[in-house]
Design a protein. Structure first.
Length: 412
């Protein structure tokens, strides 16, 4: 996902941290914040733990790889360039978290899975060994000159430091390649939610673009080893690729949450709006209504409106005319409406007449009461009936034809 080179221009900074660092830090922090409630509730879930660990290490990598923080780390410890193995270790731990995420997905979410436990042990063992080797190599390396931006190329030919740089780059490239490949396989899986699929695509692009970081760094280091100078790849191209990659991955984690949240808000809003015609009719003719506090949630608003509508319809039940509904249904079919639409229009006509009948004769019913199935339909499909009430021309046409049909029956 995210890789950083210990080499960025500090000219454009916010609070001493380069923009190429704080932008992914903010994106990753937002992604972690969105995941936090799920992590707290379901910490035993290996997939969620892997995601949380990944985002935490990613934030740590960018924070500690910032040139200003690199200088602070070296100054506080009193050891020149000690920030290098620290950042390389964090990046290696991040690589391990990528693989653990894939292990949790491929081998199932059950922590009791033997395959999952074996794969987790292997990943942890290999990458823990890499971290130990990084520190061991640093102890033997002679790196007295502090380098905040170009350490990888400056010490590319230094014994032990050279091996340390190549080791972390190889570990990173392998993990990134495997993760990108498996995520693209995941994207092609059937049955994925649309938002999740787009999130995975961004994750795949992010991990794939992260390979550019490794390629740029390895090319620059190899050039130094062969006596050439391609340091710009390491100090300019690689940091940009890392920042873009991290931002894409963060957005990939955020998108499913944000998309599903917005989709749910839209569903609630449309449901609330769909009930408005029926709600206003019943509130005006039957009295009552729903009061909301400013902090009422969208779910609560929709639930209370639906409850009010259903309760009001139950109060109207003895005024509902089954014969009128049947004539209205037949009239709607003759007017060319499909069966579902005809049924909702017929129910809407019946409700309108029930409201009028109650106003005319509060103590008596109107016609034949509907069957249990029709009453259940009316209560369950309140949104369809409400939408039909909003179609005034269609409703008027059905009502007029049903009324004429009723007069003919009476005359006959």
């Amino acid at each position: 996902m995210t890789s950083v080179p210990l080499a960025l221009d500090v000219s454009d900074t916010v609070g001493g941290i380069s923009v190429l660092f704080w932008l992914p830090i903010v994106a990753l922090a937002v992604a972690l914040a969105l995941k936090l409630p799920s992590l707290v509730r379901m910490w035993r879930d290996p997939m969620l733990r892997a995601v949380g660990t990944l985002l935490l290490f990613a934030c740590a990598v960018f924070v500690f790889a910032s040139p200003s923080v690199i200088g602070w780390t070296n100054r506080v410890t009193g050891v020149p360039n000690v920030a290098a193995p620290l950042v390389y270790s964090l990046l290696t731990a991040l690589c391990a978290s990528w693989l653990l995420l894939i292990v949790a997905w491929r081998n199932g979410l059950s922590e009791r899975s033997a395959a999952t436990r074996r794969a987790v042990r292997r990943v942890v063992l290999v990458y823990a060994s890499v971290v130990a080797a990084l520190w061991m190599l640093f102890l033997f390396a002679d790196v007295p000159v502090e380098r905040r931006r170009d350490l990888d190329t400056y010490y590319a030919t230094t014994p032990f430091m050279r091996e340390q740089i190549l080791l972390y780059l190889c570990a990173h490239t392998v993990a990134c390649s495997v993760t990108a490949w498996l995520i693209w396989n995941w994207v092609r899986t059937d049955g994925l939610d649309a938002w999740l699929r787009w999130g995975l695509r961004l994750l795949g692009i992010g991990y794939a673009s992260n390979l550019l970081f490794g390629a740029a760094k390895l090319t620059a280091v190899t050039a130094r080893l062969t006596g050439h100078d391609l340091d710009g790849l390491s100090t300019d191209l690689a940091p940009t690729a890392a920042s873009v990659s991290a931002t894409l991955v963060a957005v990939g984690f955020i998108l499913p949450h944000a998309g599903q949240y917005l989709q749910e808000r839209q569903r609630l809003r449309l449901g609330h709006r769909a009930l408005r015609p029926l709600y206003l009719l019943l509130r005006e003719k039957c009295g009552g209504g729903v009061r909301f506090t400013p902090w009422s949630t969208a779910e609560m608003r929709l639930l209370r409106r639906e409850t009010f509508v259903r309760d009001s319809l139950l109060q109207l039940s003895r005024y509902l005319d089954e014969r009128l509904r049947e004539r209205s249904y037949a009239a709607a079919l003759r007017l060319g409406h499909p069966p579902d639409r005809a049924r909702s229009l017929a129910a809407a006509v019946m409700v309108l007449e029930a409201v009028a009948a109650r106003k005319r004769s509060p103590e008596t019913g109107s016609g034949d009461t509907p069957s249990a199935s029709e009453t259940a339909y009316l209560l369950q499909e309140v949104r369809a009936v409400s939408r039909a009430l909003g179609d005034r021309p269609g409703l008027a046409a059905v009502h007029a034809r049903a009324t004429r049909s009723g007069r003919k029956n009476v005359a006959a």
